[in-house]
Design a protein around this ligand. Structure first.
Ligand code: WTA
Length: 655
C-alpha cells in the first residue's frame, strides 16, 4: 500500500500579522536565517539564554543514535533557572502564578514565594531520603503545590512522573511500578464540576492492592496536600500532611548543578493505541527548547503578558508550557483548577476578562465544544486583552480556526497552530506569530532549528502538493531520550521504519501544500483506503464540521466489499441547530455536503448522529473504538476513555 495520502480540501484564506504585532514580536525572520546557517550553533545560542553552573563546550553528540546527548558536558539546575535566577535579577516580586480555584478562591504566588516554597519542599524530600535519580510520582489537581512539587523534585536532581488526576487507581499503580517511585505527592482531592473529587483514596487503593502480586513496594511515603474537606484514610508511618512538613522546613537550599543529560521527568503516554510508554526527558536540551519556543511562538513578554495555557500538568503541554517554559522565561501566568463550564459555561472567558489574559493556548477539542454551545457565551465577556491565541493537540479544522480568531480573538489576534508530541518535548512545527502569514488549518513550518520532511514509505520526499508520512530528519534538543526501561521499544517504535535514513517517525500523516506549508492529517493508523485512495481523517472531519449544523465529527474506515474500506462518519449536531431543524434527512444532507466539498470518493457511506464522541482524557478522539462499532464488532479496551459510558451509548444509537 502506498503511503501517499490524497489531498482533497483547499483553503485560500490568509492572515498576515498586523504591522504593530510584527514590530513588537520576540521572534523575527533572522532566527530562520541563523538556524539555517548553523543549526547546532543556533541551539547553543538558545541554550546560553539559560544559566549554566558549568558552561558546555559540546553541543550535540549523535555518535550513538537514536540516543542523543545535548550540551552533555555542561551543568545546570532546572529549578534554579525557573526560580532563583529571576529573584536574583530583582524580579522576586513579579507574580509567577495567578491561581484561581474552581470555587473562586485565589492565590497570587510571586517568584520569591515560589522559590522559597520549592526550597522548603526540596529540603523535605531530601530529609525523606530522596536522592538524585530517584523517582517521585505526582497525582495532584491544578494547584500551586503541583508546580512546586515538579520544581522541588527537579531541584534535587530527582525525576518526576506526573499521573493525570483523572486516571484510575490501576493506571496510577502501573505507572508507580514501572517507574519504581519512592514517594507519591497527592491531595485529598481537587475541585471539579462543583465538588471535591477525591485523589488520596486512589493512591491508597493503588498502594494497598498488591498482596500476592509479587511486586515489591517501592513507595516509602505519601505527602498529602489538603485541598478540600474530604475525610481521608491514614497510614501512619507512611503518610504525611504537606502542611505538617513543608511550612516548617528551611528556605535555605542551594541549587546543585547537574549534568545536562540528568533525567528530568518520565511522562506516560497511552495515546490512542497500545500500552503506556514512559517517555523520558532530560534537563538541558529540554529546558532550552521549552523556553525558546515559549518565547518565540507564544511571544511571551515577561514584564507585561498574562499568559494562560489551559492544559493540565498531567499532559506534556502542562509540563512544557505551564511549568518549564513560562517559568524559565520569568513569565506571569494564570493557573486554573477547575473545568471550563463550572459554575457557568463562560468560566474561561470570565477568567480571561478578570485576569487580563493576553496570550491564550488551548486545544481544538475545547474550541469545538465552545462552538457547540454558541458564540453568545464568550461574547458576554470583554476579551480585548487577548493579543495571541494558540492551539495544540489535534489538527484544528479551518472552521474552528476562523471561529477562534473571530469570536475569541476579536478578528485581530494571530493564531499559532503548534504541532508537537510528548516525545518531541516542545513545539516543532508552528507559525511565528510576528512573521508568518497564517493559513487556517495549517501548522505551517518547522520552527527555526528543527528539520522535518514529508516522505513516502521509502523515506523519499513526496514534494510540495503531496501527502505522506511526517518525519523529523535531525535530532533536536528536547527530543525524548528513550522509553523508561525499554530501549528496544524506543528504537522499534520511533526509529525502525526509516532506520537507514536515521529519521524519527512521528506516526502522523501530513501534506505539504504548494508553498511547502505543512498540514497535519491525523495519525497514519487512522488513514482510510477507499477504492485505492488514501484519505485522511482530518480532511473529511474538517469538511463535516464546515457544515453549519455540525459541532464535531469523527470518521473511520470500515471494511467494505466493493471499495475495500468505506468512510463512516459520527457527528454531533449543534444544539442551536437541532432546535431549528429536524434531524431527519440530515445524514443524507451531510453525505451530499462532503461530496460537494471534497469529492464523491470522500462521501461517507454511513453518517451516525451521536451525542458524544469517545475521547481520551486529553481530548483526542479514539477512532479505533468507532471502527469497532462501524464494523459491528465488540468494542475494544475503553479504559483510557475520559467517559467509559460513551461507547455503550454510541453502540446503542448505531444499532
Ligand atoms: C496530535 C501533545 C495536528 C498529533 C502536544 C501528535 C496535532 C499527537 C497537533 C501528540 C497539531 C498535536 N495539529 N495534530 N497542532 N498537536 N497533534 O503526545 O497526532 O499528547 O502526534 O502531545 O497529537 O499528542 P501528545
Amino acid at each position: 500500500m502506498s503511503s501517499q495520502i490524497d489531498h482533497l480540501l483547499s483553503e485560500s484564506r490568509r492572515f498576515p500579522p498586523s504591522a504593530a504585532f510584527a514590530e513588537q514580536a520576540v521572534g523575527g525572520n533572522a532566527l530562520y536565517e541563523r538556524a539555517a546557517a548553523d543549526r547546532e550553533g543556533f541551539w547553543a545560542e538558545q541554550a546560553r539564554e539559560l544559566h549554566w553552573h558549568t558552561p558546555f563546550t559540546q553541543v550535540l553528540d549523535w555518535t550513538n543514535p537514536p540516543f542523543a546527548e545535548w550540551f552533555a558536558d555542561g551543568e545546570l539546575n532546572v529549578a534554579y533557572n525557573c526560580l532563583d535566577r529571576h529573584v536574583e535579577a530583582g524580579n522576586g516580586d513579579r507574580i509567577a502564578l495567578r491561581w484561581e480555584g474552581e470555587p473562586g478562591d485565589q492565590r497570587n504566588v510571586t517568584y520569591a514565594e515560589l522559590t522559597d516554597e520549592v526550597k522548603r519542599l526540596a529540603n523535605v524530600l531530601t530529609d525523606l531520603g530522596v536522592e538524585r535519580g530517584d523517582r517521585v510520582a505526582l497525582y495532584l489537581p491544578m494547584i500551586p503545590e503541583a508546580i512546586t512539587s515538579m520544581l522541588a523534585i527537579a531541584r534535587i536532581g530527582a525525576v518526576h512522573s506526573v499521573v493525570f488526576g483523572g486516571f484510575s487507581a490501576d493506571s496510577l499503580r502501573s505507572r508507580i511500578d514501572d517507574a519504581g517511585a519512592k514517594i507519591v505527592i497527592t491531595a485529598d482531592g481537587g475541585w471539579r464540576k462543583g465538588k471535591v473529587s477525591p485523589l488520596k483514596p486512589a493512591v491508597d487503593q493503588a498502594l494497598a492492592d498488591r498482596n500476592g502480586s509479587g511486586i515489591q513496594e517501592t513507595v516509602e511515603h505519601v505527602i498529602v496536600v489538603k485541598r478540600g474537606e474530604n475525610d481521608v484514610e491514614w497510614t501512619d508511618e507512611r503518610d504525611l500532611w504537606w502542611h505538617d512538613v513543608v511550612p516548617q522546613a528551611s528556605t535555605e537550599h542551594e541549587a546543585q548543578a547537574f549534568p545536562a543529560e540528568t533525567p528530568l521527568f518520565i511522562l506516560y503516554t497511552s495515546g490512542t493505541t497500545g500500552k503506556p510508554k514512559g517517555i523520558l526527558h532530560t534537563s538541558g536540551g529540554y529546558l532550552t527548547q521549552a523556553a525558546f519556543t515559549n518565547r518565540v511562538v507564544h511571544d511571551v513578554h515577561p514584564e507585561t503578558d498574562v499568559y494562560w495555557c489551559t492544559a493540565d500538568i498531567g499532559w506534556v503541554t502542562g509540563h512544557t508550557y505551564v511549568t518549564y517554559g513560562p517559568l524559565a522565561n520569568g513569565a506571569t501566568q494564570l493557573l486554573y483548577e477547575g473545568t471550563p463550564d463550572t459554575p457557568h459555561p463562560g468560566r474561561w472567558w470570565e477568567l480571561i476578562e478578570k485576569h487580563g489574559v493576553t496570550v491564550f493556548y488551548t486545544a481544538p477539542t475545547a474550541i469545538r465544544s465552545f462552538m457547540k454551545i454558541g458564540r453568545d457565551v464568550p461574547q458576554g465577556f470583554d476579551l480585548s486583552s487577548l493579543r495571541l491565541l494558540g492551539s495544540v493537540g489535534e489538527p484544528i479544522n479551518p472552521e474552528a480556526w476562523v471561529w477562534y480568531r473571530e469570536i475569541i480573538g476579536g478578528d485581530e489576534t494571530p493564531i499559532v497552530d503548534t504541532w508537537w508530541q510528548t516525545e518531541t518535548g516542545a513545539i516543532m512545527i508552528s507559525a511565528l506569530p510576528g512573521v508568518t502569514e497564517t493559513k487556517p488549518g495549517s501548522a505551517q513550518v518547522p520552527i527555526p532549528g528543527v528539520s522535518i520532511a514529508v516522505v513516502d514509505d521509502n523515506g523519499d520526499p513526496v514534494g510540495n502538493g503531496s501527502g505522506g508520512l511526517l518525519v523529523v530528519t535531525e535530532p533536536w534538543p528536547s527530543m525524548l531520550r528513550g522509553i523508561w526501561g525499554d530501549p528496544d521499544r524506543y528504537r522499534e517504535t520511533y526509529w525502525e521504519k526509516f532506520a537507514d535514513k536515521g529519521y524519527y517517525f512521528a506516526g502522523d500523516g501530513a501534506r505539504l501544500d504548494e508553498d511547502g506549508d505543512v498540514w497535519l492529517l491525523g495519525r497514519v493508523d487512522d488513514v482510510m483506503n477507499v477504492s485505492g485512495h488514501r484519505l485522511s481523517t482530518a480532511e473529511i472531519e474538517s469538511a463535516l464540521v464546515g457544515h453549519e449544523g455540525v459541532a464535531e465529527a469523527a470518521v473511520v474506515g470500515a471494511s467494505d466489499e466493493t471499495t475495500g474500506q468505506a468512510v463512516v462518519a459520527f457527528v454531533i449536531i449543534k444544539s442551536r441547530y437541532l432546535k431549528q431543524k429536524p434531524v431527519d434527512g440530515l445524514g443524507d444532507e451531510l453525505r451530499r455536503w462532503v461530496g460537494e466539498q471534497i469529492g464523491p470518493i470522500a462521501r461517507p457511506r454511513d453518517v451516525y448522529i451521536v451525542g458524544e464522541l469517545p475521547k481520551t482524557r486529553s481530548g483526542k478522539i479514539m477512532r479505533r473504538l468507532l471502527r469497532d462499532v462501524a464494523e459491528g464488532r465488540e468494542v475494544g479496551d475503553t479504559t483510557t476513555l475520559a467517559d467509559t459510558a460513551v461507547m455503550s451509548v454510541i453502540s446503542a444509537q448505531v444499532k
